[in-house]
Design a protein around this ligand. Sequence first.
Ligand code: NAD
Ligand code: UDP
Length: 340
Amino acid sequence: MKQSILVTGGAGYIGSHTTLALLEAGHDVIVLDNLANSSQESLRRVERICGKTATFIEGDIRDRELLDSIFARHSIQAVLHFAGLKAVGESVQQPLAYYENNVSGSIVLFQAMAAANVFNLVFSSSATVYGEPKEMPISESCPTGTPTNPYGRSKLMVEEILRDLAISESRWSIALLRYFNPVGAHVSGLIGEDPNGIPNNLVPYISQVAVGKLQQLSVYGNDYPTIDGTGVRDYIHVIDLANGHLKALNVIIESTGINTWNLGTGQGYSVLQMISAFEQAANVEVPYAVVARRSGDIAECWADPKKAIQELGWKTQHNLEDMMRDTWRWQQKNPNGFGK
Ligand code: NAD
Ligand code: UDP
């Protein structure tokens, strides 16, 4: 039987771009997604781009019977685990839904993997696990902090569960990938980020203002100790992020143990710099007003990506202009996203 990669949450934003990269690299891909925050249209578009098809299974990572049947029917070499809920504000309102999906769901998945003797795992973690960073840039040796919301805590909990697992059973080979701020879209404009309702994140918000769906951007605070007073983040193109998964996959398949890698560019940009870069790339004006700080936000956060560069042989290839141009192309071609 040909070996496959199981991608949980593969219909979502980062999962669909990674599914595309896997198919393009010649992997056989099975996507498991309950479509809670996505549409199968993303996978049809992936097929249009590369001419190859991922097997799609609509279902939930919390469904142990379904997982057992997937592992029984297919020869799975590794799991890329993207599935989960990710809206920070919603996680404060509905902590149990977040812990159930992100933590309990992950436990069910890991149990099913162990029962099927599948021990290669790439987990979608987040820079949010560093909490309020004490120094910049953030390297993997910086201690994890106290995430300010249930979403962030759910990521840290799963990381800790995976560390315990790796100690308990030496066959596990695990990559904890800590993403910084994923933005952008595939250059075709066929797949991209399709947030539900009003976006929480900066770049989708800016592009919806630019396309006329929203009136103006609120800039959350201009009194931070940063270059221009607005928050600074490390934005990474989703294609670079997807490639980081392929590199991590190659490494874990050849080794065992658990490793953490930051996936960021190493370069921080402020909110005002992001607005101006978008305006230049799209040639549109983005009206904004400065409002109060958003609770839970930190002043600045950017990665030291050296470890991933050295150990994964990975390097980002897209700059800020690419991120903005590709976001804008996706937004213009799909003003209503996938229409989910
Ligand atoms: P997304 O919402 O677009 O993708 C997540 C996918 O998982 C969706 O397709 C959703 O339908 C699916 N899903 C959710 N719960 C599920 C369940 N119980 N069973 C099966 N499928 C389920 O989000 P994304 O931006 O692509 O993020 C992917 C992963 O990366 C998530 O784990 C997220 O927490 C993590 N992450 C994202 C960011 C970011 O800014 N986008 C940053 C750091 C980490
Ligand atoms: N931000 C903003 N207005 C928005 C959304 C975000 O000013 O409508 C700021 C936010 O305060 C932060 C930066 O943009 O400084 C990135 O925020 P985002 O929510 O995209 O990512 P995260 O907070 O997870 O790093």
